[in-house]
Design a protein around this ligand. Structure first.
Ligand SMILES: [Zn+2]
Length: 423
């Protein structure tokens, strides 16, 4: 039975209102109100169905992981996990045209708030799709778990990091994890991610002969550091060029990014720096993101030989997030060994969308913890036709995009929960 237009309108208004209510909860770092968010999510679960179990588990005090369970008719089959983080990054309110926690809707139907793209939308879309499926009488074969986790934006160690190590998690028997992706600016196309770049932190330090500011001589710390910076910037340009030249077909996640994040040198005085002294130490720091397809050993050699060569009185401190990870823990396979990608692509198509070729996520998400635990994880945020405004001013999501995204999950969940593997 089709709903009459006015009934459908009321339903849509209620869906949007629930999204607005979630957006208005202050889960902004550094002091996210996780308790309010957990209470809200659990009340949502209760309103969907009494058969939707909800648990709030604190692996770290004050940082609850909310776990919802929609048990399938065959709980022995590996389950589906839908993950989203509850926290959002801070904002500069004076740079916004709408209050960042207001969830105001403009005349074009755009909802403005921190988290509309990253990723309160996705969390609520999971719930709304389950709400729709339960209301329609749909019964899943596989179980579905939905998690709302803290701290993704500050590294996730106390969130998914602790969760995947827990007995609770191990008892869930997960086949596939869906987690966040990125918006697509083109029409009905959605982006899919099967891996992510690995963060490296590099600090380089140059020492050299101190001397009078007026003297020209070789091998000062500043000169030594500057040679390194020039070399690093040439490398940066070579990577950036590959993004700019479309015929290379490289995505943001396929190249190594290097960005200087600090410079430290000089001899301070109470109101500035000593101006006639060349210092004996100079340092710089770099945020580096390495695609799983890059050769980490080659990059490390470059660091030692070109960017911080001992021959130029340089030393380095390097932190790598992937030190003890195997290659298959960095990417989720996209071949026949992983049926879930094709199921997702087909389900999106059935709901009127398209997916683009799987990409490497340019930054980090909680997916890496799931992959590290040996699970398949796909990054997917059903947002098309929208500029990526994650962590940016005036983050927004159009109402119709949000509603369309719910239909995507309805289609995906139908396919995922009914999938029986051939073996
Ligand atoms: Zn996010």
């Amino acid at each position: 039975m089709a709903l009459s237009p006015s009934l459908a309108k009321t339903e849509e208004t209620e869906i949007i209102t629930r999204f607005q209510n979630y957006l208005r909860i202050d889960t902004v770092h550094p002091t996210p109100d996780y308790t309010a968010a957990a209470d809200f999510i659990i009340s949502q679960a209760k309103s969907i169905s009494l058969h939707l179990e909800s648990h709030s588990i604190e692996f770290v005090p004050g940082k609850p992981v909310v776990l919802l369970k929609w048990i399938g008719s065959d709980p022995s089959l590996p389950a589906i996990l839908l993950n989203s983080h509850v926290d959002v990054v801070p904002f500069e309110e004076d740079k916004w045209d709408h209050p960042p926690l207001g969830a105001e809707i403009d005349q074009d139907g755009k909802i403005y708030a921190r988290g509309t793209q990253d990723m309160k939308s996705v969390g609520m879309q999971y719930l709304e799709s389950i709400r729709k499926l339960i209301a329609s009488g749909f019964e899943p074969v596989r179980s579905v778990y939905v998690t709302f986790v803290p701290d993704e934006e500050i590294g996730g160690a106390d969130g998914v990091g602790k969760f995947v190590e827990s007995e609770t998690f191990k008892s869930l028997n997960i086949a596939i994890v869906l987690d966040e992706g990125l918006p697509s600016s083109s029409g009905d196309s959605y982006r899919v991610f099967n891996g992510e770049r690995i963060p490296w932190s590099l600090q380089i330090k140059a020492v050299g002969q101190p001397g009078h500011g007026a003297k020209l001589y070789d091998d000062s710390a500043m000169e030594n550091l500057n040679k390194s910076i020039e070399s690093i910037m040439r490398f940066r340009a070579s990577q950036f060029d590959q993004l700019k030249h479309k015929e290379c077909f490289k995505g943001e996640g396929d190249v190594i990014s290097v960005n200087m994040v600090f410079l430290k040198a000089g001899t301070p005085t109470p109101d500035g720096f000593v101006m006639n002294l060349q210092p004996s130490v100079a340092e710089a720091g770099f945020d580096i993101r390495v695609p799983p397809t890059a050769d980490p050993e080659a990059l490390e050699r470059r660091l030692v030989e070109e960017w911080a060569p001992p021959a130029r009185n340089m030393s380095l401190t390097l932190w790598r997030a992937d030190q003890e990870l195997a290659r298959n823990q960095l990417v989720t396979p996209i071949d026949d060994s992983n049926p879930w990608l094709e199921l997702l692509e087909n389900a999106v198509q059935e709901a009127g969308g398209n997916t683009s070729k799987p990409e490497i996520f340019p930054a980090s998400t909680d997916s890496r913890y799931f992959r590290k635990a040996g699970l398949l994880a796909i990054g997917f945020s059903p947002i098309s036709n929208t500029p990526s405004l994650l962590h940016d001013h005036n983050e927004y999501l159009g109402q119709s995009e949000y509603l369309k995204g719910i239909d995507m999950y309805v289609s995906i969940l139908k396919a995922y929960t009914s999938y029986i593997s051939p073996e």
